[in-house]
Every structure is written in C-alpha cells, then in structure tokens.
Ligand binder design. Structure first.
Ligand code: KG4
Ligand code: ZN
Length: 350
C-alpha cells in the first residue's frame, strides 16, 4: 500500500509517499522558517498563505521523487490537527480535492500520532532496526506539545501527563529570543550551547513531584531574570553559557521524567519524538541512560514532515478506518480522543 500524505499543521509544507507504512519513497519538506524568523515565531496568517503557494509544487515533487503518478497511489492522508487552523485547512482541503478527483480513500491524521509513528519508519542505514516493543513510553516534545504517553498497543494511547504551561520547544524558542538568537530557537540554542558551560548558571529543574506533568515557564523566567541582571550591569550577555545552562535544565527534566515512566510502567521501549527530539544533548543523554531500547527518528523525521503522517495513516487504514469528505480540521485535539479502546480483559484487570 502506497500512501501519499500531506502535512501543513504549522510552518512546514510537507508531502511524502510511503510504502507499507515504513518505506519512504519520497519526503519533501518546504520550510517557512526563514519567512517567520523576523517575527521571532510563526505568524499564522503568513503560514497559511505560504502553504497555499507551496503545497501543490511540494506534492508534485513528492510524486516525482517517488517516480509515481497520482493514479499509482493507493490512499491519501493529511494532518487534521492539532495545529494552526488556517494552516491545517489548506492541507485538508487540498487532500479532499485530490480524494474527490481520484476516488482514493482519505484519512485525517492526528499530528502527535504521526510524530510517534515516525519511530516505525525505515531509513537509510537502519533498514533492519528492530521495531519499538509494547508497552512503550512515548515522549513527544515539539513547539506546541510536551506529552508523556503510555502505549500498550498500536493506536492505543494513555496520556500520563504534559506541560502545564510552555511546551519544551516553545521554551527553546522563547529563551532564544531573550538571548537575541534566531527562530527557530532550538537549533540556535543547541549551537550556542556548544561553546558554553552548562554549569555556569544553576537554573531551576522544575520537577513537579507526584505527577507526570511538566512546567517550563519558571525556567524561562529564571533565564529572563539573569538576562535583566546582565543588562542592568551593562555587560554583554554570556549567551553561550546561558544557552548551555538552560538546555541542560530542560534536558535533565525530560530525561528524568521519561525514564521514571519507563520504570513505573515496565515499558519495553521508549520513543522520543517531535522537533525537540532533534536536540543532540537530549538524544545522547536519553540513549545513554535508558534501561530499555530508545527509538528516536533521525533529525529530518523528528521535525514536521509528511512521511510520519503516512506511517500513522497506514496503521489506521489497516484497522479499517477512513474518513468521508466532510470532516473538519481539529486545531485542538487530544491524543486520547483518537485512542482505540483498551481490550476488554485489560479493563477487567484494571
Ligand atoms: O515538531 P516540530 O517540527 O513542530 C511542531 O509540531 O511544533 O517542532 C518544532 C520545535 C521548535 O520549537 C524548535 O525550536 C524545536 O522543535 N527544535 C529543537 C531543535 N530542533 C528543533 N529544540 C531543541 N533542539 C533542537 N536541535
Ligand atoms: Zn510537530
């Protein structure tokens, strides 16, 4: 089964063709980052209009790189939510148009489910990598989300916790702005941190005991306070040290909490997904410290892309699902709403 998938939930225009949910035939992403950099974040209306311009050529390129005509595709998938309403609408309407014209089955996909299913994609040099085993813990860390999820089987999600304020990626983006670095902040902070000392500033590790929730706004405020202190002294900001100390604090919290969940729920694997999973320190630390195999997609599959949307759609098509042509976008949409029910015997045992 070959799925043509579309992703336009935020500021990346993506189209991909994936075979059997795992083999990437093409995966085209047109990033709008440069366009939004001068705003220091994503400007929603600019994003939707850029998707309008770019989506058709991106889809054409995805088909061309897969060496397929539209008629040779078996199904269509598109990100339905969560995300920016205007941006989602561009992708969903385009996909509906394709479905109407071709008669192909169409499925609207949950963006976080897509991030998780990136862990099942096969990529160069890793073709024989073992698949994630259930039960598993998934840490989803992106610009809009920080979620800790327990999966006992495919398409079954139990949300353990999430951020109470800023998402991890959002914290990176906001702190980058405080430090005068460019958008997106994650890669900029990582780069600046390479020259810095992670112990230079003792920023708080917001640990929130007895819950799987996270909180990053206090950490952001602590950085702001430090920035103001240096500005008041009229001294140049120690950007590298601030970046390294901030990054170390975020990574500490993410690593500790996800590994605690792995132990608590006797997970057999750990998935780290979403744009922040591109962070080198997080990748290294979690791989080194996890007692179970860690599955982190390569960088290009961590940040928003359409191959991951196809991977998730494949599982849903296999479970017999498909959508009509009348579904709406879901700008806010929790993963539990799309979870398959727990099998009966586990209900009774619980
Ligand atoms: O998943 P994603 O591409 O889009 C959303 O669905 O939000 O995630 C984007 C987020 C941004 O906040 C960006 O700063 C962050 O991922 N990010 C990183 C890195 N690369 C991207 N954060 C930390 N370190 C990185 N290397
Ligand atoms: Zn994302």
């Amino acid at each position: 089964m070959r799925i043509l998938a579309i992703e336009t939930s935020c500021d990346e225009t993506g189209a991909a063709v994936v075979e059997d949910g795992q083999r990437i035939l093409s995966n085209v992403v047109a990033s709008q980052a440069a366009l939004h950099a001068r705003f220091g974040g994503v400007f929603p209306e600019v994003a939707s209009r850029q998707h309008v311009r770019t989506l058709y050529p991106v889809v054409q390129q995805a088909l061309r790189e897969a060496a397929l005509r539209l008629a040779e595709v078996d199904a269509l998938a598109v990100t339905r939510g969560p995300g920016l309403p205007g941006s989602l609408t561009v992708g969903v309407n385009f996909a509906k148009g394709l479905a109407l014209a071709t008669g192909l089955p169409l499925l609207g996909v949950h963006h976080l489910e897509a991030h998780i299913y990136a862990a099942w994609l096969r990529y160069e040099g890793q073709a024989n990598r073992p698949e994630p085993e259930f039960p598993l813990i998934a840490l989803i860390v992106s610009g809009g989300h920080t979620e800790l999820v327990l999966m006992k089987g495919h398409l079954r999600y139990r949300r353990l916790g999430g951020t109470r304020d800023d998402a991890a990626g959002e914290a990176f983006d906001k702190v980058a702005r405080l430090l005068g670095l460019t958008y997106p902040g994650g890669p900029a902070i990582q780069k600046a941190a390479e020259q810095g000392d992670p112990r230079a500033f003792a920023f708080p590790r917001p640990r929130l005991p007895n819950t799987w929730d996270f909180s990053f706004s206090g950490l952001k405020t602590a950085v702001l306070r430090e920035v103001r202190r240096w500005q008041a002294k009229n001294k140049p900001l120690p950007v590298a040290d601030l970046a390294a100390s901030f990054q170390a604090a975020v990574v500490d919290v993410l690593v500790e909490k996800s590994l605690a969940a792995v132990r608590e729920f006797h997970a057999r694997s750990l998935i780290v997904a979403g744009g922040v999973a591109a962070n080198r320190l997080l990748r290294t630390r979690i791989q080194q410290e996890s007692p179970v195999p860690v599955h982190i997609p390569p960088l290009s599959l961590c940040t928003d892309n359409a191959a991951m949307v196809a991977a998730a759609a494949e599982r849903r098509f296999a479970a017999g699902q498909r959508d009509g042509l009348d579904f709406d976008v879901m700008p806010t949409w929790s993963l539990s709403e799309v979870s398959l029910p727990e099998p009966a015997e586990e209900h009774e045992a619980a």
